[in-house]
Design a protein around this ligand. Structure first.
Ligand code: GLP
Length: 234
């Protein structure tokens, strides 16, 4: 893993944008995209740039089960608001939170197989999850419906008016699918990510810290700010 410690989120997001630009110059055609507060600045930089993404296909990591694409809390809505409505892509895929489970898993796995991801952008949960692959997720997992753990529900409740509105399940691309990406950039900012980042990079590779599997991928760049990198020993 190559680790880059940026001064702050702004510098880190700019660095990711520069890497994306480079990947596009090198012929990247499919991006794996993430939601959450982490990539928000990156999407701002992308939308205010003069880059043309109309030849790029995007595949998002996950979606809450039970939320429609029009629901303002859905990840499809987030992506439309922050990126797709401002920068047209060739084709955008996000799991459908209203779909039937088995059908959606098959549909999404097919999409990933037919559009091999050149560059996957990832955030990380405070418990080390990537996408919604919670601790204990198999490294062999593909797209499936997952139960969110208490700490994730807790982190996500800031986005909802009532705690009981926070979805308990999500569709998530699996670990195995994420690992198939040619290149992976994981971003993390802020003190609350420091422990997960330390475990991911310096801890053992274990299903208890899903992101630690990235130690086994040949082409991973980790971009953190000083706070998220503050517990790293090297
Ligand atoms: C969410 C998403 C992840 C995201 C992570 C961190 O639950 N499923 O894809 O990377 O948690 O979110 P944030 O960037 O808001 O800290």
């Amino acid at each position: 893993m190559n680790v880059f410690v940026a001064k702050d989120k702004k510098e880190g997001s700019q660095k990711v944008f520069d890497l994306i630009t480079q990947e596009m110059e090198d012929g990247a055609k499919v991006f794996g995209l993430a939601t959450g507060s982490t990539p928000e600045d990156l999407y701002k930089i992308m939308t205010s740039s003069d880059m043309d993404f109309s030849g790029i296909t995007s595949i998002n990591l996950d979606e809450y089960v039970g939320l429609s694409p029009e629901d303002p809390q859905s990840y499809r809505y987030f992506m439309e608001k922050h990126l797709f409505s401002k920068k047209p892509f060739k084709k955008t895929y996000v799991p459908n939170g209203l779909a039937e489970e088995a059908e959606e898993n098959t549909r999404y796995n097919k999409i990933i197989a037919e559009n091999p991801i050149d560059l996957q952008i990832l955030g990380i949960g405070t418990n080390g999850h990537i996408g919604f692959n919670e601790p204990g997720s198999s490294f062999e997992s593909e797209t499936r419906k997952v139960a969110l753990v208490e700490s994730t529900i807790d982190s996500n409740k800031v986005y909802f008016d009532h705690e009981e509105d926070v979805p308990r399940y999500a569709f998530s691309m699996g670990i195995k699918s994420i690992l198939k990406s040619k290149k992976i950039i994981l971003m993390a900012f802020g003190k609350n990510k420091a422990e997960a980042i330390q475990q991911m990079i310096e801890g053992p590779v274990t299903e208890e810290v899903p992101a630690s599997v990235l130690q086994q991928h040949p082409n991973v760049i980790v971009i953190v700010d000083e706070e998220a990198g503050s517990l790293l020993n090297r």
